[in-house]
Design a protein around this ligand. Structure first.
Ligand SMILES: C[S@@+](CC[C@H](N)C(=O)[O-])C[C@H]1O[C@@H](n2cnc3c(N)ncnc32)[C@H](O)[C@@H]1O
Length: 304
């Protein structure tokens, strides 16, 4: 306890004070103990909650493969909304910059978010921004090269790179789990056309849904009747076409669509009835339903 009117001294003052043998050890010791406790507490707080990283990145500063320019908060929000990001998602921002995309994905959309950033100071700065935003438990920014680090667990990948870097990443992105959403600020993926686009002021962003690989010849059968047709699918990214061959008669697929692992098409049967197929693809198998005259029949298909 510090007595009334007694000032708490800093350690230097305490040292300079002449040692009076009449002074009880208790009175001179108590403030030191209090100070030591306060110092220890400050140290502990600093360890648990380190001071904000004071690195100040400059717009346009060089990066390994591309300079740093941040995506605007509103476009980030629109990009993540377009990708339908939710608490079920694992978002990876490749070239994370100050962490704005990963932090927004966590804070506003509830996702688990990672950033890969080559510049070590920038990576620390982004992690510090995540801490300041109160989402350090959900956001992890790691220093690394996007062309070397793994991100295959992502359900959503965001990019703000350059056209040739998008093309370099494209084969890796296309091998990701069907249904994974890719969102790129400003730059496209060459002939892999975007599924959706969003804009804010003069900035644009594109969305792709990684399609299942469905190219090939399939045997499609009605589960109950075992009636079979041959299904031929041609594929270019998510664009598909093809035909159904039934008892030697070939008819084109109508309105064929593929979004992630969801396939849909119609065809005219031999009986001149329009059949509508929706199916979920899993490797060399698909399962779904055929809608015929308002009724639904289970179907399955295997790739030959
Ligand atoms: C245009 S900024 C985009 C930042 C952030 N994604 C955003 O949209 O606000 C690109 C970032 O990628 C980083 N970068 C460049 N080449 C990289 C590489 N090979 N691996 C990881 N990060 C890289 C840069 O340092 C920069 O921070």
């Amino acid at each position: 306890m510090v007595g009334r009117g007694q000032k708490l001294r800093c350690p230097s003052q305490l040292k300079a004070r002449p040692l009076n043998p009449k002074t009880p050890m208790k009175t001179s010791f108590k403030p030191s103990l209090k100070l030591a406790t306060a110092l220890l507490a400050t140290l502990l707080i600093a360890c648990v909650n380190p001071p904000a990283n004071d690195y100040q990145p400059q717009r346009g500063q060089s990066g390994k493969d591309v300079i740093w320019v941040p995506t605007s908060p509103e476009l980030v929000r629109r990009m993540l909304t377009m990708a339908k990001v939710s608490s079920q998602d694992i978002v990876y921002d490749l070239g994370a910059g100050d962490g704005i995309i990963a932090i927004t994905a966590a804070k506003q959309f509830g996702a688990r978010a990672y950033g890969i950033e080559y510049n070590p100071q920038m990576a620390l700065h982004a992690q510090s921004n995540a801490r300041a935003a109160g989402v350090e438990q959900q956001v992890s920014i790691r220093q690394g090269d996007i062309f070397e680090e793994k991100f295959d667990e992502a359900t959503v990948v965001t990019l703000y790179l350059l056209p040739h870097l998008n093309l370099k990443l494209r084969p890796t992105l296309l091998k990701m789990k069907p249904g994974t959403r890719i969102v790129s600020h400003a730059f496209d993926m060459g002939e892999w056309e975007a599924d959706e686009k969003v804009s804010h002021e003069y900035a644009h962003a594109f969305l792709w849904v990684v399609p299942s690989a469905v190219q090939g010849t399939w045997t499609l059968q009605e589960v109950d009747s075992k009636a079979q047709v041959q299904l031929e699918i041609d594929q270019s990214f998510q664009r598909i076409g093809g035909s159904v061959t039934e008892k030697g008669r070939k008819t084109p697929l109508l309105g064929a669509e593929l979004r992630g692992d969801k396939l849909a098409f119609r065809y005219m049967g031999l009986d001149q009835q329009l059949r509508s197929i929706t199916a979920q693809v899993s490797g060399n198998r698909m399962q779904g339903v055929m809608t015929l005259q308002g009724g639904q029949l289970p179907i399955e298909a295997t790739r030959r």
